[in-house]
Ligand binder design. Structure first.
Ligand code: ADP
Ligand code: MG
Length: 359
């Protein structure tokens, strides 16, 4: 049953919140053709992103987590239109940017920026740090040369780098400093939303915290919105307001951080959470859920619920019918047939595990 737009707006569904969000992604799909042989025959498709919907408000951080290969980077790159979506819509402050050509996209290129996992690979080794940070200003024709230089110096200071380092080259910096350069470059055009694709995954744990703190300070100062992608929940738990859990091209659960940690509704989220070391009383007795088997191939995803091949709770319906992402309890969406019958029940079947809060 499709929900009328007015009602969807009222209950704040994944793609249709009350206020116009800064970013709204609806049913986003991205398939990659698999090309084989001398004559480039298309022999199949990778279903990298398979109907993903979410929104992000100004000043908000959405964490997107899931195992490697589940489509997180493709979501990020497609919503910035670095890749053309196969289907779905992307709206920025209510404006549909899905079909805009390169020229019409220019203003949105300023508003939406990206930072990458490996700042070393993403920074041009032949450019000085100052040139790297200033390049977007030149590309977009922002200000005269002296103004650009001043702007770059102030960006260096803002991200915690001494302006003298503008002359240095990427190989002269540490990993954490390189990520600061990447952040300064992303900030150059005063963006509203930054997509961070595993921005701290390649860094040492102590440096990760520094970069996360920097991102949070910048968010407070500039009212920035973030979509932060990670394969490890622990990394983005602190900074995220809401978290979307992804499995094999689909969002399987989405809610605020506290609800997710207190009561995950999707068995896959439960397994992910059980792997996070949390020194909290409520999580003390959480048992580790080890998933059997590998993630299935996105070339031939399983029918029904993509997770049914590894799910300890799977039943007949899961093998044939795709579960919709549904608001199972207020502001807590899950795509799982276990909750079809009514209100959310804690998952606790095979091991009779003590549930968080039950102890
Ligand atoms: N350019 C591409 N061509 C073909 N397949 C791709 C391409 N980019 C990603 N994929 C495939 O799409 C799936 C999702 O990849 P990705 O978005 O990088 O996942 P994640 O970031 O979660 O690790 C993977 O199976 C990956 O191999
Ligand atoms: Mg990735």
């Amino acid at each position: 049953m499709s929900v009328p737009p007015a009602q969807r707006q009222a209950n704040g569904g994944p793609g249709a919140p009350e206020r116009v969000p800064l970013l709204a992604v609806d049913n986003l799909e991205k398939r990659f053709p698999i090309v084989k042989g001398l004559f480039s025959r298309v022999s199949g498709q990778v279903h990298a992103v398979d109907g993903v919907s979410f929104h992000i408000h100004a000043g908000e951080t959405l964490g997107l987590v899931g195992e490697s290969g589940c489509g997180k980077s493709t979501v990020g790159r497609t919503l910035l239109k670095l890749l053309e979506p196969t289907a779905g819509t992307i709206r920025v402050a209510g404006v549909d940017i899905t079909a805009l050509d390169a020229k019409a996209m220019l203003p949105y290129r300023k508003r939406l920026q990206m930072i990458y996992q490996d700042p070393y690979a993403s920074l041009n080794p032949r450019m000085s740090a100052g040139q790297i940070v200033g390049e977007p200003l030149i590309i977009h024709g922002m200000g005269r040369q002296t103004e650009q230089r001043e702007r770059v110096a102030s960006l260096f200071e803002r991200v915690g780098l001494r302006p003298e380092l503008m002359q240095a080259f990427p190989h002269e910096f540490s990993g954490g400093q390189r990520q600061r350069i990447g952040i300064a470059r992303a900030l150059a055009l005063n963006p509203e939303l930054i997509v961070g694709d595993e921005p701290v995954s390649a860094l040492d744990v102590s440096i990760q915290a520094q970069i996360i703190n920097l991102l949070m300070d910048l968010q407070d100062e500039y009212k920035l919105s973030y979509l932060l992608v990670a394969h490890d929940l622990a990394v983005i738990e602190h900074i995220s307001h809401r978290i979307a859990v992804m499995y094999l091209g689909r969002i399987v659960e989405m809610t605020d951080k506290a609800s997710l940690f207190a009561m995950p509704l999707h068995p896959y989220s439960e397994a992910l959470l059980s792997a996070v070391p949390i020194p909290r009383a409520s999580a003390r007795r959480r048992q580790r859920v080890i998933l059997k088997g590998d993630v299935p191939s996105p070339i031939n995803p399983p029918p029904g619920c993509h997770f049914h091949t590894r799910c300890p709770y799977a039943h007949a319906r899961c093998r044939s019918e795709r579960p919709a992402l549904r608001e199972v309890s207020p502001r807590h969406w899950a795509a799982c047939h276990l909750h079809d019958a009514g209100p959310a029940l804690p998952l606790a079947l095979p091991l009779a595990r003590p549930r968080p809060g039950a102890a």
